[in-house]
Write a protein that binds this ligand. Sequence first.
Ligand SMILES: Cc1cc2nc3c(=O)[nH]c(=O)nc-3n(C[C@H](O)[C@H](O)[C@H](O)COP(=O)(O)O)c2cc1C
Length: 186
Amino acid sequence: MSSILVIYASDYGGTEKMAQAVAKGAESVEGTSVVLKKADDVNAADIQASDGVIIGTPVHMGSMDWRIKKLIDTQCSGLWMQDAMNGKVAGVFASGSGFGSAGGGVELTMLSMLNNFAELGMIIIPLPKNTPLYHKGGLQWGPYGRSADENMSPSGISEDVLKVSESHGRHIARAAALLKETPVFG
Ligand SMILES: Cc1cc2nc3c(=O)[nH]c(=O)nc-3n(C[C@H](O)[C@H](O)[C@H](O)COP(=O)(O)O)c2cc1C
């Protein structure tokens, strides 16, 4: 049995929807248990008990939501001191309104989270471009849901993005199950 922890922050429900889809994908992998929690409700014990951690954030001023960064700095950093994050599988997803032609900072947001995961010694799972519907809701770093249209009117997270999010959850749960059998580090 392997365990996946899906963590998110969300004010208006877009990232939460994606988190639910990621969790659904992870649950579809036999022998996987999934815990879905808001960042504010996660503690170090939750993270320590998981084999894989998938974190989703809204893009806020071109970077991750402060609640996600708080979790990393207050809970994950303590585990880093004990080398307790090494070898856990990790992935990211994000939603943003996408203002501007460069995605409103979503790449930087996802990369900064992945940078934190690498610092923590985690094994990062990207989103490969042959994932079904990748072109509708993916970046190589993970699923990206745009919550506004080109005129910046709220559009909500598309069904296609939710399908891509499900695939991401499934990929990470599979990787976590395999790596639990044969740890990479140590
Ligand atoms: C304080 C704040 C800052 C934001 N900054 C950005 C930004 O830099 N780039 C972007 O694409 N969207 C930005 N947005 C829009 C949100 O990322 C977007 O609406 C997102 O889908 C909200 O997620 P949620 O529904 O889970 O709260 C910002 C929203 C807020 C409230």
